[in-house]
Design a protein around this ligand. Structure first.
Ligand code: GLP
Length: 244
């Protein structure tokens, strides 16, 4: 594991964007797995700037989002598709046919999961997966207890995760109860992983995930076993970390 501790959120965003940009320079038809949430917005902003300045070209890049809520219209302001459109897809030269996100409205979610997993395989697998971490240690929407062998699947969201989103949705009862998420195995199969964390509220879970025992109760702890993991954190989130 490579641990990079930076001063603040701004530097975290810039360093993360540089790592993604370098990956694309080295392999223009890179396959990326991409996160949502507050943590990566600065990274997307920096990537958009790199694109506008002509430093990076997304025309051959293939993207797969890590997850999406179920039972939500795709144009719902809180859908991950809306988030991506606002922060990234709508601002760079990704080809629409190269952008993938699980469908949020499907009659047969199981079939959608299998289709998504198959699309990742067809694209040649993920080169770089960028991840955030939930307060309970989840990665994508793999909540505590998720099997290490999981592929893309329907996840029941924990009450803790739903409570975190309650304000954004205007009430807990409006937060979806399910999502489609890449599984732990799908993520672990990525050739490289970049885990991002910012802020004091992530400090404790991050230390558990990186220094604690590998346990399904802290899904991000499995990342300790990945052969090519970079962890980028700001000082606040790194408070309980020791060098590795
Ligand atoms: C959601 C997403 C995760 C993300 C997590 C943390 O649950 N499914 O992929 O890592 O939130 O989000 P934030 O960066 O806002 O703390």
């Amino acid at each position: 594991m490579q641990l990079v501790i930076v001063q603040d959120y701004e530097e975290l965003s810039l360093r993360a964007a540089r790592m993604v940009a370098r990956q694309i320079l080295l392999k223009p038809h890179t396959v990326l797995a991409l996160p949502t949430g507050d943590t990566p917005t600065g990274m997307y902003q920096a990537l958009v700037q790199f694109y506008q300045q002509g430093f990076v070209d997304f025309s051959q890049v293939i993207t797969f989002n890590l997850d999406e809520y179920l039972d939500l219209p795709p144009n719902h302001p809180q859908s991950f598709a809306s988030y991506m459109q606002k922060h990234f897809w709508g601002k760079v030269n990704l080809r629409p046919e190269n952008i993938h996100i699980p469908s949020s409205q499907v009659n047969d979610p199981g079939r959608e999961c299998a289709r998504y997993e198959m699309l990742i395989r067809k694209a040649g697998g993920i080169d770089l997966a960028v991840l955030g971490i939930g307060k309970n240690g989840h990665i994508a929407f793999n909540e505590p207890g998720t099997s290490w062998n999981s592929l893309t699947h329907v996840a029941e969201l924990s009450s803790e995760t739903r409570e975190c989103e309650a304000a954004a949705f205007g009430g807990l009862e409006r937060v979806p109860k399910r999502a489609i998420t890449m599984g732990i195995k799908t993520i672990m199969q990525a050739r490289a992983i970049l885990l991002l964390a910012s802020g004091a509220e992530k400090a404790e879970i991050l230390a558990q995930a990186l220094h604690g025992s590998v346990s399904i109760h802290v899904p991000a702890s499995i990342l300790q076993l990945h052969p090519n993991l970079t962890v980028m954190v700001d000082k606040a989130a790194a408070r309980f970390l020791h060098s590795v």
